[in-house]
Design a protein around this ligand. Structure first.
Ligand SMILES: *Cc1c(COP(=O)(O)O)cnc(C)c1O
Length: 482
């Protein structure tokens, strides 16, 4: 399997190369040039690690079978407490795919517990000996998941940039207390887009690459612009489908809808890839918060980022420049030239409009909607009081949008974070007065609901804070050259 760039139809690289490089030249993103078929009949009763091995095998054709077997077994067993891909019933025909049973309590662990192993192996496959310096822009959850995945790995350094005051107290402490000799964490003045744009600029800066190369260091990315981030997420769509078949909720071949709380479009894109592999998916429903640039795009074909940026109670979705949409544009338009044109227009004017044919293809697979903070809070309360199901602020956005898009097909809502990662907002949504501190709120949430807070979150305030540097976006370059 070869990988091509969203902005250059001539370029072809191996999967190892795509994972090591992270970003293609001219800021393009790597995408698979074709999709292996999902063998659902043979996959339907596999445990999660074995299913992951099968899915990866189809794309990572230059990795050894032994490596893929041991890496998936090591990643998706213990670390997820036996709950990888856990799908639970919420109400009739509505299920939650709970993706927060990993070490950092958000779905990003699925990719970031595996990707470090893929990167180290890719370097071996390519015979490369340089140090890899990973730069991560994060709205909150990616940073911790990446730090946890890459800490103390040989030949790897990691630097994380998050928006100062843009994360919850828990998210901030998860990053600021990270252990490891090869990790560095910076708060950046501004919002997530400022941090992400600053990091992308460093990746595109040839003088940075040249200076680091002289020191035998190469930059790479752990953001979902790296193909190695998107790939592991395909697995849980297939796993959820197979679980519903196994439990008699579904007959093999029947369609399922997935509703995905979306920011950078990585998670929902993995669902599209599962569909391209032959998974019977009806609609992929893109759920946004008040930063609803994707809702408008999917409904109209015009992507217009020139709008107010809102800080919401679902901070990991507070994004106006949704990077992975570029990949979908290539698959649906089939033209790297068109994609490059739209992306240049976006950079220059803040907006672009796709052609009618491309929009029709997007609308054949996707629906969209959004929920503001009040609608999300009402959803948290309704799901808890009516269904006995406790969800976080991001998942609540998806539950709200799922309701407006119900059909006869079962609906699987991707539950992307533990409610204990955002305890104050969840508690307030349940009608309680939230205490100032996240830690007091966690205890109050347990008292109110009977649900136990994950130990890794409860004990955070006992760990020493290692990082408290605040920088301007313009200083990201210097930090990257450290
Ligand atoms: C990152 C994140 C999202 C958004 O996922 P994308 O892949 O960026 O669309 C949703 N919910 C939570 C909890 C997240 O951490």
């Amino acid at each position: 399997m070869q990988f091509q760039s969203t902005r250059d139809s001539a370029l072809r690289v191996s999967s190892s190369e795509a994972i090591v490089r992270g970003l293609a030249p001219k800021s393009g993103l790597f995408v698979p040039e074709s999709f292996p078929k999902a063998d659902l009949e043979n996959w339907k009763s596999l445990p999660y690690p074995a299913l992951a091995e099968q899915v990866l095998k189809g794309f990572l054709t230059d990795y050894s079978a032994d490596f893929l077997h041991s890496a998936t077994a090591a990643t998706y067993g213990e670390a997820f407490g036996g709950k990888a891909g856990e799908t639970v019933k919420v109400s009739d025909g509505v299920y939650a795919l709970e993706l927060w049973h990993g070490p950092t309590c958000a779905f990003k662990d699925y990719a970031l517990q595996l990707m470090p192993k893929l990167l180290v192996e890719a370097k071996k496959n390519l015979g490369r000996t340089e140090t890899t310096r990973i730069l991560v822009a994060t709205s909150g959850d990616t940073g911790k998941a990446a730090l946890a995945g890459y800490a103390d790995l040989d030949g790897i350094e990691i630097e994380v940039f998050y928006p100062n005051a843009g994360t919850s107290e828990i998210q901030h402490l998860q990053m600021a207390t990270q252990k490891g000799d090869n990790v560095q964490v910076y708060a950046v003045e501004g919002n997530f887009d400022d941090a992400q744009t600053g990091v992308k600029r460093v990746f595109a800066d040839e003088s940075v690459a040249a200076e680091l190369e002289a020191r035998h260091i190469r930059l790479s990315s752990a953001n979902s612009i790296n193909w190695g981030r998107v790939l592991p997420q395909i697995v849980y769509y297939i796993s959820a489908y197979c679980d519903l078949v196994r439990d008699g909720k579904l007959t093999m071949g029947d369609k399922v809808n997935f509703c995905v709380p979306t920011g950078n479009f990585g998670d929902i894109l993995a669902g599209y890839y599962a569909k391209q592999m032959g998974l019977p998916v009806g609609k992929l429903i893109c759920a946004s918060n008040k930063n609803n640039v994707l809702t408008d795009f999917i409904k109209t074909g015009t992507y217009d980022a020139r709008r107010t940026f809102y800080k919401t109670t679902s901070p990991s979705m507070d994004i106006l420049i949704s990077s992975n949409l570029e990949r979908l544009l290539l698959h649906t338009s089939g033209s790297a030239e068109k994609v490059e044109g739209w992306m240049q227009e976006l950079a220059a004017t803040g907006k672009y409009t796709v052609d009618a044919e491309t929009l029709a293809k997007i609308q054949a697979s996707f629906a969209a909607g959004y929920a503001d903070d009040a609608a999300g809070a009402a959803e948290i309360r309704a799901r808890f009081e009516r269904d006995g199901y406790l969800c976080d602020t991001h998942t609540a956005v998806a539950f709200h949008v799922a309701e407006a898009n119900r059909s006869d097909a079962p609906m699987v809502v991707l539950s992307t974070a533990s409610p204990f990662k955002f305890p104050r907002d969840v508690l307030a949504a349940l009608g309680e007065t939230a205490p100032e501190s996240d830690f007091a709120a966690m205890a109050a949430l347990t008292a109110k609901t009977g649900a136990a807070a994950p130990a890794s979150l409860r004990e955070l305030d006992k760990l020493p804070v290692r990082f408290n540097t605040v920088i301007e976006p313009a200083e990201i370059r210097a930090a990257a050259l450290r």
